[in-house]
Write a new protein. Sequence first.
Length: 187
Amino acid sequence: MVKKIIVGVGGASGIRLALRFIQEVQKHSVCHIILSESAQVVWQKEANRDLIEDIKAQGGNLYEEREIWAGIASGSFGADMMALIPTSMNLLAKIAWGIGDELISRCASVMIKERKTLLLAPREMPFSSIALENMLKLANLGVIVAPPVLGYYAKIQTLEEMEDFLVGKWLDVLGFENQLYARWSGE
């Protein structure tokens, strides 16, 4: 059975991770992608590219954060899961406190309400006490808080291998089989 996944692209550094995640998750599911305005600005600064064009090149259903009326914002839409990669501290706080004033935070609120899988990939260092409290609150609600943290056992040699490791770990958590990184063998 093909799953429906919502992917929110937040306005934190690390948009490349979102693009790589979308590329992989579309092999397994129908993908509904929401771009925050901040993500578009960050991608322009980080890559000097247009995020909307880069996402359109990958396919999937594309939404902008102001499209609050979109069908994916309703529990009756029936999304199976949502991933927010990268997750800005602003979006994390809005989700933790139930503020759904744009499409990404509204969809995240629906995932929590419907008790569906929600993965957040907070991109900040160091985490403030406020951010940690918000993450704990969300984790206690069943949200998967999975910041992009390296695993050196994978013998990562390049930036692309690091990105594949992170994307592979997120896919693992969401139940999608992948061979994106060398798994720990204990040897």
